[in-house]
Design a protein around this ligand. Structure first.
Ligand code: NAD
Length: 445
């Protein structure tokens, strides 16, 4: 079970066998028919009446809403598959919902929308708001995704997150924070190259500034070369992608021109989120970077440069998106805990300070365990990291007055811990009682 084609074959077979990956199960006792008089009519009229009388926020007290997140996509940029449409995006959104539950104890529901118009998409999500405690946007093409996120963050009274933007930025910033500690360089001083100017790196650029990087020291490269204010296609960029335009005019203080090779000369850090390699970044270009170079090559499934090539080129710290190499930059280290945090305190918004708290908690967790060149970020199986990260987000929301609910630190910790452990306990029970049939043996390595 090591070849990618094997995973494709087995995955297709198992998706059909299990009929998808998640289902709705009751969480209240139902042992006799009369119990429905409590959970449904006539009893259910009383929480409904209460919400009507007390105001809409009290729906968080009496319904699933407090732990319910929407995973919303229009299917326009699904994984590396591209614009495959909402139905074909559903397996991915369902998979994301499974990760939300398993890693963060979040009840997430996949919602794929047959709507390509950004304003209508925003409208649909807005009218769905009363059912949810938070929204995760997913696999929406750039630049539409920038508009949709900004608009929804502005008009919704629950946290909105676009994982391809903020999720990626969060894990990158945590990893970079620790990588810089190891090489003894300061974020405010380093020269950073971002290869790729899509959802991932445009968001990373924004958050690098939030945590103290100097935009003049950042050089961004897209498929046509280095972004700068005098690029021949700058007017087209301005019209078609104002977010990328803003980066082009603000970044690259030295006015470097050319491609990836020129951008990387003398750089301290390169973060590539562009297109599958290898060969997008060359070993010789890594050699042209400064001492103790940091190279994150994150294209999936094959990084822009293989880690061993980056090392041969002189990189001191290398990270990729893959689990088979050290330093995996994996969004799953971010979104489950971030949502666990915001939902637990019923936050009204997701703001930059909460993002920074999450990134610091992740970085600190790894640092406390002893960071080195091959351990700059927690691994996905380090459950305690999720607890610490969720706590940091929840506490920050309370501190900023953005929580609908205030709880003591001890209560918060035990609640978060219980909710993160719950799905694992539940699965164990379901597997041992054969409610969920075990995987066939050939799916295990
Ligand atoms: P996107 O389609 O929004 O953007 C891709 C960008 O790369 C575009 O700006 C494009 O111009 C640029 N590009 C394409 N070919 C290039 C080249 N040869 N040189 C320079 N730039 C080039 O995609 P995205 O969501 O930003 O993701 C980009 C890549 O990063 C994908 O492979 C994705 O799987 C990967 N990614 C990995 C992680 C992770 O592992 N943690 C997270 C996010 C994205």
């Amino acid at each position: 079970m090591s070849k990618e084609s094997d995973w494709f074959t087995i995955s297709l077979e198992l998706h059909r066998k299990y009929g998808g990956k998640i289902e709705v199960v009751p969480k209240v006792p139902v042992t006799r028919l009369e119990d429905f008089s409590v959970w449904y009519t006539p009893g259910v009229a009383s929480p409904s009446k209460k919400i009507y009388e007390e105001g809409v926020d009290s729906s968080f007290n009496y319904t699933l809403r407090w732990n319910y997140a929407a995973v919303v996509s229009d299917g326009t940029r699904v994984l590396g598959l591209g614009d495959v449409g909402p139905e074909a995006a559903l397996p991915v959104m369902e998979g994301k919902s499974l990760l939300f539950k398993f890693l963060g104890g979040v009840d997430a529901v996949p919602l794929v929308l047959r709507e390509r118009d950004p304003d209508k998409f925003v409208y649909v999500v807005k009218v769905l708001e009363p059912s949810f405690g938070a929204v995760n946007l997913e696999d929406i093409e750039s630049p539409k995704c920038f508009y949709v996120l900004e608009k929804l963050q502005e008009i919704l009274e629950i946290p909105v997150w676009h994982d391809d933007q903020q999720g990626t930025a969060l894990v990158n910033i945590a990893a970079l924070t620790n990588a810089l500690k190891i090489v003894g360089k300061k974020l405010s001083e380093v020269k950073i190259v971002l290869v790729g100017a899509g959802a991932a790196n445009i968001a990373l650029y924004k958050y690098l500034k939030v945590v103290g990087a100097n935009p003049k020291n950042i050089v961004v490269v897209d498929s046509k070369g280095i972004l700068h204010r005098d690029r021949p296609d700058i007017e087209v960029i301005r019209r078609e992608n104002p977010w990328k335009y803003a980066v082009a005019v603000e970044s690259n203080g030295e006015g470097v021109v050319g491609g990836i090779r020129e951008a990387m000369k003398g750089a301290d850090v390169v973060v590539a989120a562009s297109r599958p390699g290898p060969g997008i970044i060359k070993k010789e270009w890594v050699s042209g970077m400064s001492d103790d170079a940091i190279v994150f090559a994150e294209a999936n499934p094959i990084p822009e440069i293989w880690p061993w090539e980056a090392r041969e080129g002189g990189a001191r710290i290398v990270a990729t998106g893959r689990s088979d190499f050290p330093n995996q930059i994996n969004n799953s280290l971010g979104f489950p805990a971030v949502f666990r945090g915001v939902l637990t305190v019923r936050a009204k918004k997701m703001v930059d300070e909460m993002f920074v708290a999450a990134a610091n908690a992740l970085a600190n967790y790894a640092e406390e365990r002893g960071i080195h060149e091959e351990y700059i970020i927690p691994r996905m199986d380090e459950e305690e990291a999720y607890v610490q990260e969720a706590m940091a987000v929840a506490k920050k929301a309370i501190e900023l007055g953005l929580a609908r609910r205030t709880v003591s630190s001890n209560e918060l910790e035990s609640e978060i811990r219980r909710l993160i452990e719950r799905p694992k306990k539940y699965l164990k029970l379901a597997l041992s009682s054969d409610l969920i049939p075990a995987l066939p043996p050939q799916t295990h390595k």
